[in-house]
Design a protein around this ligand. Structure first.
Ligand code: GTP
Length: 318
C-alpha cells in the first residue's frame, strides 16, 4: 500500500506531495483501508494540513511500486519481525516540521501494528500464535483440495511454483520442532536464559526458511512450521537445514543445543489438530531414536500404521 499526503509549502513556496508511506504486511483490503484511515487521521491532526486538500490528494493504491524521489529523505521503520512489518516514509528534506509529520505517521502505524500483532502473535518470540495457525491451516488445506491457483497469505501470493525450480505446487507441509533436553537449559541456566534460547531459535527459523514459509509458537519449547507449496525433497532439505543450523549455533551462555523435528504433508480435509498430531508423533519418534534428527511421518512405516489405527479409533502407539 502506498499513501501519499501533502505537506504545506516548502521553501520554494510550492505545495507538493511530499510524504509517502508504504506498508507491506496487511492481510486484507479492509486492513489496508483501515490503516490508510489511521494514517490519515495522524496526518489530519498536523496543524498545517487542510482536510479538503488532503482528501483530494491522498492516493491509496495496492501493489504500488516504491518511489524513490530524488532530493527526499527516507525514514524506515523495521519491526523486530523483519520484512513483514515495514513502514517507509519519504519526505522532502526542506519542508518545515517534517519530523512532526513523520512522527504522526509512525505513531499511527505502530498503533495498527500493535492491534494486529496482539491478536495473532506470540509476544515473546514474535512468531504467529495458535489462532493464526488454525486460520492459515484451513486456507491451505482447502486450497490443496481444490485448486492450484495461487493463494494469498498476508497479502502475498504464496502458492505459486518457486521460480528457482519451476516445480508445480505439489503440497503443503507441517513441521513441529521440539528442543532436546530443554529442561536442562532451564535447570542449569535459569528461565531467562531459556527464554533467550527460544527467541534466538525463532530468529534462526526466520533465517533458514523462505519468505513464504510461516512459523508459529503455541507456547512451550515447541515450534511449528508451515511450508506452502513445495515438494517432498525440498521440505526434507529445509527441515534438515534448520536442524543443522541449530546444531551449529552457539547460544550465549548455553553453548550448543539440538532439536528434534517431525513433519507431515497436509492432506485434503485435514484438520489443524490431526496434522499437528501426525507431525508430533514424528517428533516423538525422533526423540526416541536418539534426538537431533528429522522424521517424516508419512514415510515412516510404524507411524503411518499408527496413524491409520488412530484415525479409525484404534490403539494409540504413542
Ligand atoms: N524458559 C522457558 N522454558 C519453558 C517455556 N515453556 C516451557 N518451558 C520449559 O521447557 C521444558 C520442557 O521440558 P520437557 O517437556 O520435560 O522436555 P525436555 O527437557 O525438552 O526433553 P525432551 O523433549 O525429551 O528432549 C520444561 O522445563 C518447561 O518448564 C518458556 O516459555 N520459557
Amino acid at each position: 500500500m502506498f499513501v501519499a499526503a501533502p505537506l504545506p509549502s516548502n521553501s520554494s513556496g510550492q505545495v507538493e506531495t511530499v510524504a509517502l508511506a508504504w506498508v507491506s504486511r496487511l492481510t486484507s483490503a479492509r486492513d489496508r483501508r483501515e490503516l490508510a484511515q489511521l494514517l490519515l487521521q495522524g496526518v489530519r491532526s498536523w496543524p498545517g494540513v487542510e482536510r479538503a486538500e488532503l482528501d483530494e490528494q491522498v492516493e491509496v493504491a495496492a501493489d504500488a511500486v516504491l518511489p524513490d524521489p530524488e532530493g527526499c529523505q527516507c525514514w524506515e521503520m523495521r519491526s523486530e519481525y523483519g520484512e513483514q512489518s515495514l513502514l517507509r516514509v519519504w519526505a522532502a528534506a526542506d519542508v518545515p516540521d517534517t519530523m512532526d509529520f513523520i512522527g504522526h505517521l509512525v505513531r499511527a502505524y505502530q498503533h495498527v501494528l500493535r492491534l494486529i500483532d496482539g491478536a495473532e502473535r506470540d509476544p515473546m518470540t514474535g512468531l504467529f500464535n495458535r489462532k493464526s495457525f488454525d486460520e492459515t491451516f484451513w486456507r491451505l488445506s482447502t486450497h490443496c483440495l481444490q485448486t492450484t491457483r495461487p493463494i494469498v497469505l498476508d497479502g502475498q501470493a504464496v502458492a505459486q511454483p518457486e521460480r528457482r525450480h519451476e516445480v508445480p505446487p505439489s503440497g503443503y507441509w507441517l513441521g513441529v520442532l521440539d528442543v532436546d533436553h530443554f529442561k536442562r537449559v532451564n535447570d542449569e541456566h535459569g528461565h531467562l536464559i531459556g527464554d533467550e534460547v527460544l527467541i534466538l531459535l525463532a530468529r534462526l527459523m526466520r533465517q533458514v526458511f523462505r519468505r513464504q514459509d510461516r512459523f508459529y509458537r503455541f507456547g512451550g519449547e515447541e515450534f511449528v512450521v508451515l511450508l506452502p507449496s513445495t515438494d517432498a525433497t525440498v521440505a526434507e532439505s529445509l527441515f534438515q537445514r534448520l536442524r543443522q543450523a541449530v546444531e551449529g549455533h552457539v547460544f550465549p551462555q548455553v553453548g550448543r543445543i539440538t532439536v528434534s523435528l517431525g513433519y507431515t504433508q497436509i492432506r485434503p480435509n485435514d484438520t489443524p489438530s490431526a496434522a499437528f498430531d501426525r507431525a508430533d508423533r514424528a517428533v516423538y519418534l525422533a526423540k526416541k531414536s536418539g534426538r537431533n534428527r528429522v522424521v517424516c511421518h508419512d514415510t515412516e512405516p510404524s507411524l503411518s500404521a499408527a496413524s491409520v489405527l488412530h484415525q479409525s479409533g484404534g490403539v494409540e502407539l504413542f
